[in-house]
Design a protein around this ligand. Structure first.
Ligand SMILES: [Zn+2]
Ligand SMILES: [Zn+2]
Length: 293
């Protein structure tokens, strides 16, 4: 008997973690139901697990170290006021113009056309991203990628997906580029290729505590285009795990545009909520009353 990982299909499939299923369930007369559950139970008994977030017991055999309840926790981001292009949340709409576009986007600085993100970089989502990036829990890539795919409009027209690259030293240490794992469900859904026109020439410091000019200096020369022909005249969907200041995706977007990309739309799994804390308190209260959308 051997095993395969099976994503259940259905409207909430992104919230269902891939579970162990008997490989013959799709064949004629394959093992199903009780036998499959028993097998999963036995395997989980052999490898007991603890949820990385709530520390409760994981009842199903799985490769993702989170329980069913915690897997259902990540929520789409919600904000009362946000820019219609970069989706940056604001405390009020004072800086947005009649089209709902923020000052930074009006100045043309970002380099990208639109940005979409699934949720805020907080709570269990933050823990999952951390496990994906630093604990080598690669199966989280598919699960989180399914969540991220929900963030983009159904009619988004793009020709190719470009994950933000990591430096080769990080790749050797991690064994994969987390942005590429996140991009795979999107590539399947949109039926477009994942391309690698960008190269990361060196590692960079976290942008969070840096000033605008320091960020520019930090990123200068960090990326380059390795193959212009891959993006020339294409509508590119740039993928990254977390949007913090937007400096990295802005830098990559400008490189892609300089290489001839017709448009650059960005999607990230999560984004850091950089509003002052009172706005987050309001958000939490809204979420608690079921006000998310
Ligand atoms: Zn849990
Ligand atoms: Zn904006």
């Amino acid at each position: 008997m051997f095993w395969r990982w099976d994503f259940p299909t259905g409207s909430n499939s992104a919230l269902d973690e891939p579970r162990i299923a008997d490989s013959r369930r799709h064949g004629a007369g394959g093992l199903r139901g009780a036998a499959g559950n028993l097998a999963a139970f036995l395997l989980n008994t052999v490898i007991p697990g603890e949820c990385n977030w709530c520390k409760g017991a994981i009842r199903h055999a799985r490769r993702i170290p989170y329980c069913d309840e915690c897997l259902a926790l990540p929520q789409p981001l919600h904000a009362e006021h946000y820019c219609s292009r970069c989706r940056n949340p604001f405390q009020n709409d004072a800086t947005l113009d009649a089209r709902g576009v923020c000052l930074r986007c009006r100045s043309g600085l970002p380099g990208f056309d639109y940005v979409y993100s699934f949720g805020f970089f907080d709570g269990v989502l933050r823990s999952m991203v951390h496990d994906l990036k630093y604990s080598r829990v690669s199966p989280l890539g598919g699960y989180l990628g399914e969540l991220m795919a929900r963030a983009i409009p159904l009619d988004l027209a793009v020709d190719a997906i470009v994950p933000v690259p990591i430096h080769w030293t990080r790749w050797i240490n991690r064994g994969y580029n987390q942005a590429e794992l996140l991009a795979r469900p999107l590539a399947r859904r949109l039926q477009i290729p994942i391309l690698s026109p960008l190269r990361r020439k060196r590692t960079t410091k976290s942008q969070v505590s840096l000033t605008v000019s320091e960020r520019r200096k930090n990123l200068a020369g960090a990326f380059s285009i390795r193959d212009r022909s891959l993006v020339a005249d294409k509508r590119v969907l740039l993928v990254d795990d977390v949007l913090t200041t937007g400096a990295t995706i802005g830098y990559c977007s400008r490189l892609l545009r300089d290489a001839g990309a017709r448009s650059v739309t960005v999607v990230t799994l999560a984004r850091v909520d950089r509003r002052p804390s009172p706005a987050r308190v309001v958000l939490t209260a809204s979420q608690a009353s079921g006000g998310t959308s």
